[in-house]
Each structure stands twice: as structure tokens, then as C-alpha cells.
Write a protein that binds this ligand. Structure first.
Ligand SMILES: Nc1ncnc2c1ncn2[C@@H]1O[C@H](COP(=O)(O)OP(=O)(O)OP(=O)(O)O)[C@@H](O)[C@H]1O
Length: 312
């Protein structure tokens, strides 16, 4: 369990994290989403004591990270892939980490195996691809068999097999009762991996909740209707709380009514329907809607007004 209370971090005049409170529960995969610069990495760094909060507090399993006697057994974190001694082999890097907690080579061999690093474990880390570096970072996070895992962009640089492996692994860990907190910019992947979401923008929490609830509350479901009487049907359906847009001639998109109501209205009025399809919004659409006003760094090299004008 991770618990943050009024957690804030300032860098000079820049407020990176602005008084956020949240809980990440055991037995679930919780996704941490937000545009670039929203404060995700800063929050994760504070959880594992790499950054000190300016105010507020964050605990893992009831204690701040520094107060855990054997933190690797409590929290495993992947924060910066390749933050390792590049001249060392992967196995020696893991051995050095393991030694800090009195763990032996057997556990190192287990995580090497688990993360698919067997073939390259004796190679210098400096020559690793991004994906191999990620696997090594995940191996290091798993080393102490921790109850809580914090993974910042774990699928970054992984091939499709690696992405699927991370998905399966985090599901297994959560089903085993562990706490899994991960960030990703890959919305389609997050939608199938996470149970719960926390969405952050400019240092503040925008929304949180089960994945489908976040999508439904943000974008809801629309119904695509194809009919030769589309414009007549649009008039029949119009009313408070209903929004109708004409996608193309003979096709309307209806929000605010379910497919059954639309179908029955059409039947009662003798309007033929050629298609009646409920369309669920994707997490990506919900994310774009939720964070539309919160994007700090825009594409094209231009930057919107920021509190301190920090460059991306
Ligand atoms: N050491 C630092 N010094 C000054 N500003 C910082 C520092 N670290 C982060 N920031 C600023 O704090 C804000 C939050 O950054 P953070 O890296 O936490 O965002 P993020 O959500 O992880 O972004 P991304 O998705 O790009 O990784 C950004 O505006 C960033 O520029």
C-alpha cells in the first residue's frame, strides 16, 4: 500500500507536485497517467526517497521509504533504466545490489531467468539496448521480492513480446496480493494492464478510479446509427441531455441515449435502421479530454505558458 498525503514538491519557483493525496492499494495494478511534465516521475521518486517532499508525506506499507530496514524487500522500483555502472555485467550489477541485502547468487539467477536476461547476463551493461536495460531495471526491482513495485515507463523500449511480458508479470504480481504502481504513455497498453488509474496534470490529480469508470465519466458511450431516415430520427431523438452529430450523410452519432431507446424510437416511428452500434470511448480519447487543459509541453517545439517557463 502506498499512501500520499498532501504531497508537494517544488524546484525553485516550479511546483512539480502540488499537494496530492492518493492511495495505491495492494492486489491491484494502478496506472499513473499524465502528460509530459505532469509530475509522475517526481512523485515516484518521492515514494522511494530519491527526492524529499517540500511538504506532505508519502509512505509505503505504513512507513516512509527511509524508515524501512530492508527497503529492497519492501519496494522495488524501476525509475531510470540504465542507471547502472556501464562497465559491469548485468549479473554483477545485480550481485552488487543483492549483496546490500544479504541476498545470494541464487536470487540473482532467478531474476535473470525471470526477466529473460539469461543470454546477456555476462555482457557489459554499457552495450545493452534500451529494451535490455529496461529488463535489467525490472530485474533489479524484483530482486528483493518486494510487496510493492513502482515502475516508471516499464514498457519503454520493449518489443511486443517484452510489452506482453510486463503486462503478464504485473498482473501476476497484483493477483499475488502485491501493490503495483506503474506509469506509461501507451494508453492502449494501460487500458488492458491497469485496474485503477490516477490521472495527474500540472502536479495536481485530475481524476482517479477504476479504468472503465474514468473512461465512462469522461467520454461515455456513444451510439452510431446508420439509417436512410437519419435526419428524421435525429429530430425524434433530440431533447435535453442528448447530443447528436451527423458524421456523414445517413449516419448520426448519438450521446446521452442508449441503443435500446434509439432502436425503440425508430421502430415506433417506422424509421428503418441499417446499423445501431454502441461505441465505447478508448482510454486514449478519455486521456486527451481529461488532460486537454493540462498539457505543459506541446509538440512542434513550442511551449505553453508555464509557471516558470522551464524548457522541456
Ligand atoms: N530536478 C529538477 N529540477 C527542476 N525541475 C524539475 C526537476 N525534476 C522535474 N522538474 C520539473 O517538474 C515537473 C514535473 O516533472 P516530472 O519529471 O515529474 O514529470 P513527468 O510527469 O514524469 O513527465 P514525463 O511524462 O515527461 O516523464 C516538470 O515541469 C519538470 O520540468
Amino acid at each position: 500500500m502506498i499512501e500520499a498525503e498532501n504531497l508537494s514538491k517544488r524546484y525553485g519557483a516550479k511546483v512539480a507536485v502540488n499537494g496530492i493525496s492518493f492511495r495505491v492499494e495492494p492486489g491491484t495494478v494502478t496506472g499513473f497517467l499524465g502528460p509530459n511534465g505532469a509530475g509522475k516521475s517526481t512523485t515516484m521518486r518521492m515514494i522511494v526517497g530519491l527526492d524529499a517532499p517540500t511538504s506532505g508525506r508519502v509512505t509505503v506499507n505504513g512507513k516512509s521509504y527511509a524508515d524501512h530496514a530492508a527497503p529492497l524487500h519492501e519496494v522495488g522500483a524501476l525509475l531510470e533504466a540504465k542507471a547502472v555502472h556501464t562497465g559491469r555485467s548485468a549479473r554483477n550489477h545485480l550481485r552488487a545490489l543483492a549483496a546490500t541485502h544479504g541476498m545470494g547468487d541464487t536470487r540473482v539467477d532467478e531474476v535473470v531467468e525471470m526477466t529473460g536476461l539469461g543470454a546477456v547476463a555476462s555482457k557489459r551493461v554499457g552495450g545493452f539496448s534500451l529494451g535490455m536495460g529496461q529488463r535489467l531495471g525490472i530485474a533489479a526491482a524484483m530482486l528483493g521480492d518486494p510487496r510493492t513495485l513502482i515502475l516508471d515507463e516499464p514498457v519503454n523500449g520493449l518489443d511486443p513480446e517484452g510489452v506482453k511480458w510486463v503486462r503478464t508479470m504485473v498482473r501476476y504480481l497484483a493477483d499475488d496480493g502485491r501493490t503495483v504502481f506503474l506509469s506509461s504513455h501507451l494508453m492502449s497498453e494501460m487500458a488492458i494492464t491497469a485496474d485503477h488509474l490516477i490521472v495527474i496534470g500540472r502536479g495536481s490529480i485530475i481524476t482517479s478510479g477504476p479504468v472503465q469508470d474514468v473512461i465512462d465519466a469522461t467520454s461515455g458511450t456513444s451510439v452510431t446509427v446508420r439509417s436512410p431516415g437519419a435526419s428524421q430520427l435525429a429530430e425524434l431523438l433530440a431533447g435535453a441531455g442528448v447530443s447528436i452529430t451527423a458524421a456523414e450523410p445517413g449516419v448520426i452519432t448519438v450521446r446521452g441515449l442508449d441503443a435500446a431507446t434509439i432502436g425503440e424510437t425508430a421502430a415506433r416511428n417506422g424509421v428503418a435502421l441499417h446499423e445501431l452500434t454502441p461505441v465505447r470511448a478508448s482510454l486514449e480519447e478519455a486521456f486527451m479530454t481529461l488532460t486537454a487543459g493540462e498539457v505543459e509541453y506541446h509538440s512542434g517545439g513550442t511551449e505553453s505558458a508555464t509557471q516558470d517557463g522551464a524548457a522541456a
